[in-house]
Design a protein around this ligand. Structure first.
Ligand SMILES: [Zn+2]
Length: 279
């Protein structure tokens, strides 16, 4: 007998991540890969199978999956941020693919409220609506510029006069593949643009300096800030007159369109229950 392909549901929305310790997807243990049998004797994760207790995917998937009668889900994000980076603004577009759902008419407004209730101060979702499989490719392949805010320490005296002339202009960087991703990315030099929007001294824990900037799709922003020993040219420190900058924390303020303008949000269609059910 041939296996029938499983039915799938696709739910699209945006998430905001307000915490600095939440990965986007399930963070499986690199030793045992979360394998049900191998993980039992795994010393790396002590049998847990994962290296973080939860993720954006799981916090959404537990509620959404329960309501749709399945525990199997795949998470498709419009890019991702590092674990320690917050995702603010209007949030990051994502699609949750529910595999083998038994309930096709779940109430997405209720699910959204429940996710936000359970994860207050940590994760928020917005605009949940049924969508179709084709959207997965669209959100994964659409290039997005991003607006960031970073907390900085600066060693030396930044040349703020020089900075004045650079605010709002598009600056081209030559960026080599950073060390931290060298194992999974080709070692190339890429050209990327960035725009500095603001730099200011601030008081307290959020300081001593903050920079706002917009970067082209695929820019490594932490490496632009540090320069990573010349691998990004120019670095933020170069632009500030040859000082050394270190990134203390990073927030994504907004996911933008390819050119750096605010995106139009997809209008949720008033959809019949289970719209998007497909194979
Ligand atoms: Zn393990």
């Amino acid at each position: 007998m041939q296996d029938r392909p499983q039915a799938k549901l696709f739910v699209e929305g945006r998430y905001k991540k307000l915490s600095r310790d939440l990965p986007q997807t399930v963070f499986f243990c690199p030793e045992c890969k979360g394998h049900p049998r191998r993980r039992k004797n795994c010393t790396k994760c002590e049998g847990f199978g994962k290296l973080s207790r939860e993720s954006v995917q799981e916090l959404i998937g537990w509620v959404l999956g329960k309501a749709c009668g399945t525990r199997k889900h795949k998470f498709h994000g419009a890019g991702r941020e590092d674990v320690d980076v917050r995702m603010l603004g209007r949030g990051r577009p994502f699609i949750m693919e529910l595999v083998g759902p038994r309930i096709l008419d779940a109430n997405l407004a209720e699910i959204e409220a429940q996710i936000n209730d359970r994860n207050a101060g940590r994760l928020e979702v917005e605009g949940l609506h049924w969508t179709e499989k084709e959207r997965v490719r669209v959100i994964k392949e659409t290039p997005n510029a991003k607006a960031y805010r970073a907390g900085l320490s600066i060693e030396g005296e930044p040349d703020l006069g020089k900075l004045e002339g650079l605010i709002g202009t598009r600056i081209t960087l030559a960026q080599k593949t950073p060390e931290r991703v060298a194992h999974r990315r080709a070692d190339l030099t890429r050209e990327r643009w960035i725009e500095l929007r603001d730099l200011r001294a601030v008081e307290g824990e959020e300081g001593p300096w903050q920079v706002d900037l917009v970067t082209q799709h695929g820019t490594y922003v932490k490496e632009f800030i540090s320069g990573e020993g010349g691998k990004t040219d120019p670095s933020l420190g170069d632009l500030l007159g040859g000082v050394a900058c270190a990134c203390l924390w990073l927030d994504v303020l907004e996911i933008l369109d390819e050119e750096g303008a605010l995106m139009r949000l997809p209008k949720p269609r008033p959809s019949a229950a289970g719209f998007g059910t497909g194979l």
